[in-house]
Design a binder for this molecule. Structure first.
Ligand code: DON
Length: 583
């Protein structure tokens, strides 16, 4: 490993114009609640002994806590929270999408469930390209062709069946009630729903029930009657209530309206998969995270292994060297992500090699990697300009010490914007997470190649990183985030803020974030909230880094086990309505 001399490190800088990530999140932030001043942010999260739920919507958090109070375990509470989010947070909470769950039980057993969407059986590698091999604008982002086979219902069923304590009906009922009896709209929901009225109209062939003649108002009661019925079918018929029978028929009928590919057989064949957690040791901590088809665990593992030797504790978290070294590691890890990662059921993911200590050391020595060629390819592909995106992460712990981290998404806000007529839920636009053409950036500016090319029944690569951390063999932290490509960085930084910079959970979540994903070759920095000193920015620029504002990175809803054994639940309330609640 070369001696660290940051002044001597030379970077090839590429100016990347029109970063989708940036423009989307800028727009994104205007839809969120106003940024809170650093001083207004609480300096400690919610403290409780018997259980904790941290989610993006107060009603979903309440549902989870109620289930814990009733004697449900963390798995029951997670499943209940999941379905509640599908009703009260429909821009990302879902039954028409997918995600990942990571759990650690009270006895130390760990596991993960992959309920990521899959490409339909008739999907093919070039399905988003025209005759000239050019990407057809927006086809992977909006409308019926953008939809992957939903995994969420099967995922929740499997999770509950294996580890839940209460009955399936009990954990589903709160969501059914929210849908059928209605609930009051919050400011963020009102903005999101009003914002997409025209898009819903233009993409759907029927009147979406969220569309009405006048704007929705804060406090107005909204009902999801069709979704309520769909959830009732799921409650009563379990798998057959979604992947077969009426709901499946409605999905297939919807597909026919817009040349979508998903068939009844695709639905019947869908199965979520238990996968061995991705585990990496960092000092006296053990990372338990999501393996492929999420890139989260591997990239996070590479970052932790890479940072271990650097004295970032001494340097501090807003320090130029800390940011510089983390950035250098991020560039390499994201470059590996683009090349090597994909669905492990289809491609050989070299996990061991990527997490091998010698390999990491080797990667750190090499600062002369070839970014130029790939950046040019990105320029040629032109970054897509689409409106926005949303995912949701929640963390749950119970009184026995069971812990669950779940990240789920439709990908974009309301996914493909396609609502299944008569079933009342939105379908994902997860097909955009495939590498639809080598070197062509997806909506997060992420590039990829063969490993993540489209194939029938294949899962698209993800950045979702639900994660649990042990300290000295004991449960220590539960966390995760939305934010597309910035998810992994948000989790990495939040974790280090606690481990290395001695913050409590809430402070770690409140702290400013930055991000680098190899391409584009910028350090994205969150302005305003706990902003970096201008001197640090200047020093980074002096080193050759190109800095760019990115108004929002992640929403890390997390839980820390304090030394006294109590939970500290920290909702990322900087720009959201997330809540932590315990008892
Ligand atoms: O799986 C992924 O990596 C993306 N579909 C996640 C999308 C996302 O986080 C959007 N959020 N803010």
């Amino acid at each position: 490993m070369k001696k660290l001399n940051i002044k001597n490190i030379f970077f090839i800088l590429l100016v990347f114009i029109g970063v989708s990530c940036e423009s989307e999140t800028s727009e994104d932030s205007s839809e969120q609640t106003p940024e809170k001043d650093e001083k207004e942010l609480p300096q400690e999260g919610v403290i409780a002994q018997n259980g904790m739920v941290v989610s993006d919507h107060p009603l979903a958090t309440q549902v989870g806590v109620e289930i814990l109070r009733k004697g449900g375990n963390a798995i029951d509470a997670s499943v209940a929270t999941f379905f509640a989010l599908a009703v009260v947070f429909p821009q990302a909470g879902n039954i028409g999408g997918g995600g990942f769950a990571v759990y650690r039980l009270k006895d130390g057993q760990t596991g993960t469930l992959d309920f990521r969407e899959k490409a339909a059986a008739t999907a093919h590698r070039d399905m988003f390209l025209d005759e000239k091999g050019q990407v057809k604008a927006n086809r992977s982002l909006a409308g019926h062709l953008a939809v992957g086979i939903p995994g969420s219902p099967d995922g929740m069923l499997k999770l509950h069946e294996k580890l839940g304590k209460l009955s399936w009906a009990e954990v589903l009922q709160p969501a059914i009630d929210l849908a059928e009896k209605g609930h009051k709209l919050t400011p963020v929901q009102v903005k999101q729903i009003n914002r997409f009225q025209d898009t819903f109209d233009s993409i759907n062939h029927h009147k979406v029930h969220l569309v009405k003649n006048s704007d929705w108002k804060v406090g107005e009661t909204i009902y999801f009657k069709d979704l309520g019925q769909t959830l009732i079918r799921l409650r009563d018929k379990k798998r057959a209530g979604f992947y077969d029978g009426e709901t499946a028929d409605l999905i297939v009928q919807e597909m026919h309206k817009g040349n979508g590919l998903i068939t009844k057989e695709d639905l019947q064949n869908y199965q979520s998969v238990w996968r061995e957690p991705l585990q990496v040791n960092y000092k006296n901590y053990q990372l338990i995270s999501m393996p492929p088809p999420s890139s989260g665990g591997i990239v996070l593992g590479q970052l932790l292994l890479g940072i271990e030797e650097f004295p970032i504790r001494e340097w501090g978290y807003r320090n130029t060297q800390t940011i510089h070294i983390m950035t250098e590691l991020l560039r390499r890890a994201y470059a590996d992500r683009a090349t090597h990662l994909g669905d492990p059921d289809f491609v050989n993911v070299p996990t061991e090699m990527l997490l091998d200590k010698d390999y990491i050391t080797e990667r750190k020595q090499n600062i002369d990697f070839n970014v130029k060629t790939l950046s040019e390819a990105i320029k040629e592909g032109e970054v897509l300009s689409i409106e926005s995106f949303e995912t949701t992460h929640f963390s749950v712990t119970d009184k026995e010490g069971n812990a669950v981290a779940i990240t789920t998404t439709l990908n974009g806000y309301f996914g493909s914007k396609v609502e299944v007529e008569g079933a009342g839920f939105f379908l994902n636009n997860e097909m955009d997470d495939f590498s639809i053409k080598p070197g062509h950036p997806n909506q997060f500016g992420l590039v990829g190649g063969e490993a993540n090319a489209i194939a029938p029944q294949k899962r698209m690569l993800s950045s979702m990183t639900p994660t649990i951390l042990e300290k000295d063999g004991q449960l220590f932290m539960v966390l995760g985030s939305p934010g597309g490509s910035t998810i992994i960085t948000s989790v990495f930084q939040t974790m280090l803020n606690v481990i290395e910079h001695d913050m409590n959970m809430q402070q770690a979540v409140n702290a400013y974030r930055f991000h680098h994903q190899w391409l584009p070759d910028n350090i994205f920095i969150e302005p305003n909230v706990n902003e970096l000193d201008s001197l640090v920015k200047l020093e980074l620029e002096d080193m050759g880094h190109l800095l760019q504002d990115l108004s929002q990175m992640g929403k890390v809803n997390s839980i820390l086990v304090r030394p006294d054994g109590k939970y500290e639940g920290a909702a990322d309330i900087r720009r959201s309505e997330a809540t932590a609640e315990g008892f």
